[in-house]
Ligand binder design. Sequence first.
Ligand code: KMH
Ligand code: ZN
Length: 270
Amino acid sequence: MNKLIITAALTGAEVTRAQQPALPITPEEIGIAAAECAAAGAAMVHVHARLPDGTPTQDKAVYQQIIAEVKKRSDVIVQVSTGGAVGMSAAERLAPVTLKPEMATLSMGSVNFGGDVFMNRPSDMEVFLHAMTQQGVKPELEIFDTGMLTTALRWLKQGLLVGPQHFDFVLGIPGGMAGTPEALLYLRAQLPPDATWTVAGIGAAQLPLATLAVLLGGHVRVGFEDNIFYRKGELASSNAQLVARVARLSAELGRALATPAQARAMLHIK
Ligand code: KMH
Ligand code: ZN
């Protein structure tokens, strides 16, 4: 079977230090957490920027520091968020793409997000894709619900998206698709043969969906952005602890881990 790419979603925009005391917030903390995750088996990190007080920001300068802090400690692929936090403007969210990171997220539609709405207008999505294409940034297509995959497939058919695409199924957001095996299998069945995919199970869905993805030949995203617990009632001690568990599972199931270089080749990152 193909090698497993583990992505660590280190910080996100929503989790607080009060909820998860080990949450990395500053660029240096994010760089250290990324190196720990790389040592535990991650080939990629998905990063969000925060101000020192924990407020989410899409400030390009903070992302620049994060990328530098990660790169000086490890060779993992750095994927920046263009999702940012609910309520940010599209222009604000797009800022880190101008740094020409290796990858950036591209949400493929709007979705209720807890008590909020995560807004992604089709016109903004096209602007995001155009900017990524111009800057040579590989998109990861974020799928929170089934219509978003339909949109991505339509864009492929229309030639807006070209070539093998990488999908992230984010399952279990209140407002989005459920974090169930059925949801994952339904989405996966619709993918073009050349697509790659990863799953980000939210909360308690993280471990079962990660295990299923290992078995199915998909890839796995874990980390505090999606889940702060190691098991019910027990906080994880670090992002790396969550990565290490998937690495162990994968080894038990006979699937080797992709190095960052191998992940770049598998995802067609130049
Ligand atoms: N924070 C969420 C509203 C992404 O990184 O691209 C959106 C998000 C998706 O986290
Ligand atoms: Zn994110």
